[in-house]
Structure formats: C-alpha cells, structure tokens
Design a protein around this ligand. Sequence first.
Ligand code: PSU
Ligand code: MN
Length: 314
Amino acid sequence: MAGRSNIVVSAAVREALAVGAPVVALESTLIAHGLPRPRNRDVALELEDQLREKGVTPATVAVIDGLPRVGLDEADLRRIADDTAVLKVSVRDLPVACATGRTGATTVASTALLAARAGIRVFATGGLGGVHRGAGDSFDESADLVALATTPITVVCAGVKSILDVGATLERLETLGVTVLGYRTSTFPGFYLQHTSYDLDWRVGEPGQVATVMAAADAMELASAIVVANPLPTDQALDPALHDRVLTDALTWAADRGIRGKSVTPFLLETFHLETGGASLEVNINAVRNNVSVAADVAVAWARTAASDPGQPG
Ligand code: PSU
Ligand code: MN
C-alpha cells in the first residue's frame, strides 16, 4: 500500500511527523467553496499562521494538478483560494480528479482520508457535513459521515452545519460508531449558533483528555473518527431569529432552483452570507479560528501522549 501511494506530503509536514511534532490538517473546500473571495485567501493564510504561532505545523490538503497534496506551499494555497475553476473534491471524486490532472479543494471526507493516510491525527474544520433536511425524500447525506466512520482521525468542529437536520445527523453518527466529545460543553454546538437542543453523552474539559481518548481508541484499533465539538462563545454566534428566517428562505430557494448534489452546501452557505449582510461570514470565520486553536492544543497534547508511550502507534 505505502509504496503505491501517490500522496505528496510537504517537506515541513513530513519532517514534523518524523519527529513526532504536532501537526494539524486543514481542509480546503471551506476556503474555495465555503467563504467568498477574496476574504477566503486571507483566512487560509491566517489559519496556517495561527497554527505556527502555537508551534504546530499546518497541513492544508488539496488536489493540485492531479496530485493529492498534504501540506501546501503559499502559491498553491493562494491558487485554491483565488482560482474560480477549483473543483469540490470529495472521496469519490479523488481518483478522477487525480487521473485527469485537475485541481480541487478537499472536503472534510477527502481531507480526513488523505491526512490520515499521511499519518496526521488531528484535523480542524468549521462545521461537519451531515444529513440534510428532507433527506427522507432526497437521500442527501454528506459523504463526511461515511468518511468519519472509516477514518481514525480527530476532527475539531463547531458541530454540524446548522443548515442540516442536526438530530438525524447525530443519530447517524451514533449508528456509524463515531465518538462525539463536547469540548467544555454537554450540549451539541450549532455551528452558526452556540448550541442546539441536543445533549451529548461525553464532555471533555482539556486537550489532554482528548489525547487520552485517542490513545484508548488506538489501543483497541478503532477505525472510526473522534469528533470534538467546540461551541462558539454566545457573543460570537449568529442571532437565532435571523438564522431561522434566513434558513427558511435559503431552503426554499435551493428547492425552487433545483440545486442538487455537491452544490447544495455551498449554495446554502453563500445565501446565508448574502442574506445576513455578512454576519454569518464573520461567525463562520470565528468558528473555524476557534476550532483551529483547539485542534492545535489537542495536537500538542497528542504529541506529548505519543512521546510518553512509545508503544503507541503513530
Ligand atoms: N465547514 C465550513 N464551511 C464549509 C465546509 C465545512 O465552515 O464549506 C465544507 C466541508 O468541506 C464539508 C462540506 O465537508 O462543506 C460538506 O459538503 P457536503 O454537504 O456536500 O458533503
Ligand atoms: Mn450532499
């Protein structure tokens, strides 16, 4: 397997992994398709700097000219942010994008897969994909769920996107064997919103506790992901009344225009950014920043845990 891998890991990421230094993977779909240009470029660069300031090596993941890359240089990062032709590449798109030499941004699903293959244990995003409202008819369920069921990586997020059916998504995560930890909360966070009405079974208070759970999962060779759900502080969240009003409109417009498949999530996010006068954009960016910060702390804790237990794989 290892000998056939075409994944290109940057020198910085390779060196960090070789000495057991902390690394955090970042996805690129949120940059290319979740945030508007040109603001997305500043955010992409800022998130990487945020990690470096905490002594953590950033590993943004994307497909560049047909090569799956873990760790981008600044030129590639700018290209992912600036180029309007960048595809949205989930797991099933990976082989075609690579075989045809295309350039694409990776989702939570494909980022988790490539990062885990490269040996990275911690990953930060905004909000996970999940079960869409009306999925009983449309069957629209993010491939993120399947990837989380089959990829041993810790994902720090602000819950699942609030445009989704949160309750159904939590049920699917339970079925799929995905561990969900509330980070300093016992209530599942609501992405744009500080919280949902769903209680969580497990709460952690410190990054070291997450690392301990990771070690326990490794010890029994669990193949599934650990989701660390990190809520926005109340003063950074979107006004719930505004949220619900915009969501009703956005869902109606998506249905009227026949938006389908992988265009659904970018359409709903863009509609939110437009209809809230940019308020949801600031909320989204803050959520990602907060998650990157917690992911950095978890990666540092994991590096310590792994160093103190040489029996630990990875
Ligand atoms: N988080 C954000 N913005 C985003 C995403 C996550 O704050 O745009 C992206 C992720 O890449 C996630 C994708 O995997 O949305 C989900 O898309 P879909 O629902 O089509 O699976
Ligand atoms: Mn979908």
